[in-house]
Design a protein around this ligand. Structure first.
Ligand code: EPU
Length: 341
């Protein structure tokens, strides 16, 4: 089924809760219906302005969207294959990410439990390579199913071909505008492999007295709920900015000036280090402060919030001010993780 709605309010379609509209929203629930619609109307639609709207949890609309938003409402999780060790599961692009995590944890499958409680959709998990608590979606993505927009054929892109990086993938670059993701296959394991090295996770899990994917999920949810605002109550898109990955010498020079600045090693990039944007924004005194109806969350400075009725451009104005101050004080360019439309 394909549902088309003209001049639609986007308030319920973005976690920032920005009240704006789109000229047309096209929602699809199966690959067949998507391909059929693309065959009949796709050419004309795709020659104008269009974007794919995932769960809307990483998108900020700065005004009425003058174009077509394509949004998956496909749902479903299934087991594709399994061995003694591994299970490959397939989830439809529109499925809620956290439902996939919960389903896997309930089956005692290991791999994505650290990615609990992230507001996202399955499709976005691959585009954004979502990550938290020492795990990234790429660690488990076996392959991504797509529709190629030039030929309207169905294809599969292996995890290795996705060019995953920190909040990066081929879908943001070479394949942007060329494919629509229809499903993602994840490789999970029956073998326990807890990853508890990040922050206070180990202590939080120890309090629960068991070591299962569900216990880790519970611990992560507790930690996240303590720091991150619930988008159903306070509009936000999780981390607004990325953590910059910089040459090691630049970070070492910053460490001399700011010895408490947190730094992280980056897998596969020994000459670089990642620094914490939240820490920099916090040390500028922005935590809990507001500019108009947009603000900086009082428990995690990396998160910008809609304090009620904010327009997207107000959030952007706050973000720009913060970027400028970070540059002035630390000499570092920070960039948004959020997709600004
Ligand atoms: N920090 C502060 N003040 C703040 C925020 C952070 O001092 O206001 C410090 C923390 O104390 C810590 C360091 O900065 O030493 C890093 O903070 P945290 O562990 O909270 O993680 P983050 O770097 O701010 C990243 C991800 C989050 C993910 C967490 C946990 C990015 C852009 N964000 O945040 O992902 O949940 O690590 O793994 O990489 C998201 O992408 O939406 C998201 C929430």
């Amino acid at each position: 089924m394909v549902r088309k709605t003209e001049n639609i309010s986007l308030k319920g379609y973005n976690s920032f809760g920005v009240d704006t509209s789109a000229d047309l929203l096209v929602e699809w629930d199966s690959v067949e219906s998507l391909v059929e619609w693309l065959r009949s109307e796709g050419k004309e639609i795709l020659s104008g302005r269009w974007d794919i709207l995932g769960g809307g949890c990483n998108t900020l609309f700065t005004g009425p969207y003058r174009g077509v938003l394509i949004h998956s409402i496909s749902n479903g999780i299934s087991i594709v294959s399994q061995s003694n060790d591994y299970v490959i599961i397939r989830a439809e692009a529109g499925h809620l990410w956290d439902d996939v995590v919960e389903w896997c944890c309930q089956q005692e499958l290991w791999g994505i439990e650290n990615l609990s409680a992230i507001p996202s959709s399955v499709g976005a998990s691959a585009v954004q390579n979502i990550g938290a608590y020492g795990v990234e979606a790429k660690d488990c993505i076996e392959s991504v199913e797509v529709v190629w927009l030039d030929t309207l054929t169905i294809g599969t892109i292996s995890g290795a071909e996705c060019a995953f990086g920190y909040r990066e993938s081929i879908f943001k670059h070479e394949l942007a505008g060329k494919v629509i993701i229809t499903a993602v296959n994840y490789r999970l394991s029956h073998t326990p492999a807890p990853k508890l090295g990040y922050g206070s996770l180990q202590e939080e899990v120890a309090k629960l007295g068991e070591m299962t994917p569900l216990a880790i999920r519970k611990a992560i949810t507790t930690i996240r709920n303590g720091k991150l605002p619930d988008p159903a109550i306070t509009g936000n898109a999780g981390s607004f900015f990325k953590n910059p990955i910089l040459p090691r010498e630049q970070v070492e020079a910053l460490k001399v000036l700011y010895p408490t600045m947190p730094t992280y090693v980056v897998e596969g990039q020994p000459d670089k280090l990642k620094i914490a944007t939240g820490w920099m924004i916090d040390s500028l005194g922005w935590k809990g402060r507001a500019m108009g109806r947009a603000g900086v969350h009082d428990k995690q400075a990396l998160v910008l919030v809609n304090l009620g009725g904010a327009e997207g451009c107000e959030v952007v104005a706050l973000a720009e001010r913060i970027c400028k101050e970070v540059k002035e004080k630390f000499g570092v360019d920070i960039s948004p993780e959020v997709n600004i439309l």
